[in-house]
Design a protein around this ligand. Structure first.
Ligand SMILES: NC(=O)c1ccc[n+]([C@@H]2O[C@H](COP(=O)([O-])OP(=O)(O)OC[C@H]3O[C@@H](n4cnc5c(N)ncnc54)[C@H](OP(=O)(O)O)[C@@H]3O)[C@@H](O)[C@H]2O)c1
Length: 266
């Protein structure tokens, strides 16, 4: 399966790295097209793939065309690609906020997959939610899945409305967790721990909690109750979080991000 990348930046490279590492694609079947000659030379040297600085030329023989450029670049690349895509080709976009209707209309092409990965995708630990236009065939969906799995876990949704919801939860989610980590590290330093040690404790606490939740398959509520002895330290700490309305704050954050995601796509 020949795959072209329009945009070989952080995410484009993460997908290239992933599909080469899992053996689903050979270097000779990948073309990366990017505006930056330095990016192209780094990708060519790093992965032995073909490169191009001409987007239109790069998509000519591809089965799948991956759009991995910033949202503000979509208009420019659509102008270049318009009329240059064949009906049998699949367009897979990871451009945040660009709806299937926007991509279809701007490219004049109807077989489109829209995916929303998150930043851990850069290390193959991402959470990607994706959907497809009705013109995408079953075999094209399988092709899209085999590409997206290279970024970590992937979930197909039958309705595009879930992409905006996922954007607010898993798309923006790593930043919520980073903020919590930042605050925990700062207070750990305030109470007297050396910063380096505070960073290590917080990082491994978050990692361990996530892995425990994953491996025991217990719900977070049960895991929280298991570590909360009556009259103990955890109970004292949790009481402060509940009294400070952490749940309400998180709800407001996710709803605000969801409203913004819908606004970007409208
Ligand atoms: N990073 C994430 O974790 C993440 C998560 C979810 C979704 N996304 C989405 O993924 C997309 C790509 O993000 P990214 O972080 O990979 O961005 P990025 O690192 O900036 O990569 C985009 C690449 O496209 C190049 N480019 C600019 N104009 C071009 C053109 N006309 N033709 C071909 N290439 C062009 C850029 O070159 P220059 O740098 O020289 O402009 C850059 O190398 C974005 O739409 C973003 O919303 C990213």
């Amino acid at each position: 399966m020949k795959t072209t990348f329009i945009g070989g930046g952080v995410m484009g490279e993460a997908i290239i790295r992933g599909i080469l590492a899992n053996g689903s694609t050979m270097p000779r079947d990948i073309i990366a097209s990017d505006i930056s000659p330095e990016r192209l030379s780094s990708l060519k040297q790093g992965y032995g793939i073909e490169t191009s600085h001409n987007n239109r030329h790069a998509v000519e023989t591809s089965d799948v065309v991956i759009l991995a450029v910033k949202p503000q670049t979509l208009k420019a690349i659509a102008e270049e690609l318009r009329g240059g895509l064949q009906p049998h080709q699949l367009v897979l976009s990871i451009i945040a906020g660009a709806t299937i209707a926007t991509i279809t209309n701007s490219l004049g092409h109807s077989a489109v997959v829209r995916a929303m990965p998150n930043t851990p995708a850069q290390i193959g630990e991402g959470m990607t939610v994706w959907t497809a236009s009705s013109e995408v065939s079953q075999s094209q969906k399988e092709a899209a899945q085999s590409i997206l799995v290279a970024l970590g876990k992937e979930v197909y949704v039958p309705d595009e409305k879930y992409i905006d919801m996922a954007t607010a939860v898993s798309g923006s989610g790593p930043a919520y967790i980073f903020l919590v980590m930042e605050a925990l590290i700062d207070v750990a330093v305030d109470i007297g721990l050396p910063r380096e040690m505070a960073e290590e404790l917080v990082l491994h606490t978050v990692l361990g909690a996530a892995r425990l939740a994953q491996q025991t398959a217990k719900c977070p509520k049960e895991l929280r109750e298991n570590v909360t002895s009556p009259g103990g330290t955890t109970e004292k700490g949790l009481l402060q979080l509940e009294e400070g309305d952490l749940r309400v704050l998180l709800a407001q954050a996710v709803i605000a991000a969801y409203e913004k995601a819908k606004e970007l796509g409208s």
